[in-house]
Ligand binder design. Structure first.
Ligand code: SIN
Ligand code: FE2
Length: 221
């Protein structure tokens, strides 16, 4: 191919590398980005969850979250009647949160780079488990000390509809289908955009079973 058509395609490719969908000024879905990592990542995840198992947490308003949570990394995110916060200790085990495993760390750093964020050094990885029917209401990720780093979110297992809103709760939301291995990165001007997950549909994922697991990496401290 040559001439203006070739140039047009070349430009397109530069702006939108294969499998990279832009959903905001500084937000991308990296389709299937985590797939080559799955074999390394699952055993690491199992070790983390043996040390700090999933638990259902209570919001400050007294609601039980439908997603079960755990964390790894220097800081883990928790909620109870007194509020949302990061802690160095898992309140259930009274031990430090499990260390952030190497493959998880590498995957998060490379995905951030792919979305234009260099020097991402996550110190927290929140692990959410959704069984069919579980959801995550619209919220902003703002318990982190700084908002200079992006959020990197890895989807495993059953598909989900990710809601990506604006800076006001009432802003229009985009619905983005997320599948096993997809990675979403949002940061910069999009860092504080509202987001959430619609109730997960019934199903059984061939590798992960009847659940969706989401990992979100942040620089929290
Ligand atoms: C979250 O916002 O904490 C989770 C998002 C997701 O499960 O995709
Ligand atoms: Fe979030």
């Amino acid at each position: 191919m040559s001439g203006p058509t070739a140039e047009l395609f070349a430009d397109d490719a530069l702006q939108q590398p294969a499998g990279r969908e832009q959903i905001g000024e500084q937000s991308y879905v990296l389709r299937g980005y985590a797939l080559p990592w799955i074999e390394r990542l699952l055993p690491e995840l199992r070790r983390v969850l043996a040390q700090s198992p999933f638990r259902q947490m209570v919001t400050p308003g007294g609601f039980i979250m439908s997603a079960a949570l755990s964390s790894c990394g220097e800081l883990g995110w928790t909620t109870d009647r007194t509020g949302y916060r990061y802690t160095t200790i898992d309140p259930n085990s009274q031990q430090p949160w499990p260390a952030l495993p190497e493959a998880l760390h590498q995957l998060a750093v490379m995905a951030a780079e792919e979305a234009g964020f260099n020097d991402f050094e996550p110190d927290a990885c929140l692990i959410n488990r959704y069984v069919p029917g579980a959801k995550m209401s619209l919220h902003q990720d703002k318990n982190e000390r700084h908002y200079t780093a992006p959020v990197v979110s890895v989807s495993l297992g059953l598909p989900a509809v990710f809601l990506f809103g604006g800076h006001e709760r009432s802003d229009k939301v985009q619905k983005v289908s997320l599948f096993h291995g997809d990675v979403v990165v949002w940061g910069g001007v999009d860092r504080l955009r509202f987001h959430g997950v619609l109730p997960i549909k019934e199903g059984v994922h061939p590798q992960m079973g009847p659940q969706r697991i989401n990992l979100t990496f942040r620089m929290a401290g």
